[in-house]
Design a protein around this ligand. Sequence first.
Ligand SMILES: [Zn+2]
Ligand SMILES: [Zn+2]
Length: 574
Amino acid sequence: MGTRKETQSTTQASALSNAEIADRLAGLAQLLSTQKENPYKVKAYQRAAVRVRLLSESLDDLVKEDADLTQFPGVGEAIASAIREIVLTGKLRKLDALRGQADPEVASLTDYPRLDPKRILRIYKKLKINSIEALSEKLESGEIESALGRRAAQHVRQGLSEPHVMLLYRADALRDSIEEFLLTKCGAKAVQVVGACRRRAEVIEEIAFVIETDDFSSVVRRMQHYGGRTELLETSSHHGVYALAAGPTLRLRHCSSPDWALALIAETGSAAHLKKLEAVTERVTSLFGSGAFPTETAFYRKFGLEYIEPELREGHDEIERAQQHTLPSLVRLKDIRGELHAHSTSSDGSHSIEQMAIAARDFGYEYIGMTDHSQSLKIARGVPVADLWKQVRAIDKLNDNLNSRLTGIQVLKSAEVDILADGTLDYPDELLAELDYTVCSVHSRFGFGKQEQTERILRAMDNRYFNILGHATGRLLLKRPGYELDVERIIHHAKKTGCFFEINSSPDRLDLSAENARLANEAGVKIAISTDAHSTREFGTVRYGIDQARRAGLEPTSILNCLPWPSLGPLFRR
Ligand SMILES: [Zn+2]
Ligand SMILES: [Zn+2]
């Protein structure tokens, strides 16, 4: 579990790191959330804390140089002045005052900014406890899970532990910021991200770079000023390892330019991949200094292998396939022709169908399926039967050629239909028959046992209007595991009935997992790569779904939305 570091600065003389400043902003947000405070204000402090934690430049330095902090996104006047106060006085009066007024049990939560005070107080009350120590004990003994459920236990577990991992999309932002810092502030001549980030793994524990520089020890020294202060854990003549305040570790590996490609090979593949690779080649590091490999492709070719894309370097069957020259041609963004899962203001989306359609067209798509939530999902403003009938007719009008604003994009009539507890679908068949296709999803009763949950989905697939299973396991990465399912049985049934899966590209879902997508593909079941966009800004997240598909070895021919609509539509008629 680990004890959290004391967040108050111990000596006023030492500079505060951005992480320490972020901790205080997050603590303030947390206490404000227990008051009757404007929720936007709470969110603004939370967001600022996240941003500040990812900033490469030292806020402490910037404040002391009297720089304008509102230049950073998410930092307005109020937050800038809070940051100045923290740096210049070592305190935040508002935070101290709120701590002083709060019950001691709430005040003690501010050392754990990721705990939601309202939730924790409910747990305290139910289990008749009032301290972090007791909370931790009840977590370990399983009492939180049995009394309040798996999600409550998961929240406590995450809130109490130091974050050592982060989702790929957050790691991408951090990677960009570190890369720029290395190039502009540390004297690196070239940098390339390697390891799990380059393989596009969904959760990142370590961000690793290969770097070229004339003076590695100086790079190692200067990197310690990243984000105000970053702790150096260990160093050698060609390695530097740091504890990033945002959670993951950072590893720098020095390499001279003749060995660049070899270093990329040695540092990108997983351990399982390298073991299989080196059984065919030689120990990659033993070739350093030979200068014989200007590119990764040259290395592979020397040993009779096809170039292996980084996403495939996990130790599955890629080495054998590279030897046989039968590696898949992995799907790319330009292969995607449309979006099959998107919401509008008809349910819980932020933009109208027309706005979503125009944005999809501007993103380069040929079609967009509007999959608003179905009637039972009240929490997401599910569309009643009569309203979906109206929407069907409205979309027919929108697609009418006379509507010139929508030329170049076809709007498909669809819905994200709830799979009800008994496996029936949430709309009557005569309405489902009017739709171009359906996405059918589980949004309730996550607690069903494996068999019950599996059979519920199989039963739903038996409906001839079931087309694509939305976010199959319901997992939320780092938040909650998926519900229990017999995935292989569902894949088998999908093949038999003519149903499909999606890879939901939301960075915290990525559901199907690469492993499940690989299984579905091997069974010959096609997969949609969808974003589940709830606004016009979210189409870009498709890149994370593509990453996932590539990790599963999927080619465009395995992807539903790589097909033009005239070829795709008939696949949905069962
Ligand atoms: Zn959904
Ligand atoms: Zn959805």
